[in-house]
Design a binder for this molecule. Structure first.
Ligand code: FES
Length: 106
């Protein structure tokens, strides 16, 4: 199991267990993390799974592909560490990662 820490738009810190191979979005939805709506179910068309991945975990991730970048281009509260959590696969390298959900998703 991999432990992920989500900081919700309300400022609550939720430490949740995630399984290797699932997406960060799936882990967040399973644990009902506030602000990760994931309206499209992970088909990369809604942007409601947007979150900021803290360093050093953000820099260690593969760069977003063109489709993910296109969705983020239309988002709000976009930062360099913005990602669609449906596109990030959980691995042991993410253990302890801190993920912040933007206030626009409260
Ligand atoms: S869940 Fe819709 S873009 Fe990620």
């Amino acid at each position: 199991m991999v432990w992920i820490e989500f900081v919700t738009p309300s400022g609550d810190v939720r430490r949740v267990e995630a399984s290797e191979g699932e997406s960060l979005m799936q882990a967040a939805v399973r644990h009902q993390v506030e602000g990760i709506e994931a309206a499209c179910g992970g088909s990369m068309s809604c942007g409601t799974c947007h979150a900021w991945i803290s360093e050093p975990w953000s820099a260690a991730l593969p760069q977003p592909e063109e489709g993910e970048r296109s969705i983020l281009d239309f988002g709000v509260h976009i930062r360099p560490q913005s990602r669609l959590t449906c596109q990030i696969q959980v691995s042991a390298a993410l253990d302890g990662a801190r993920i912040e959900v933007p206030p626009s998703q409260s």
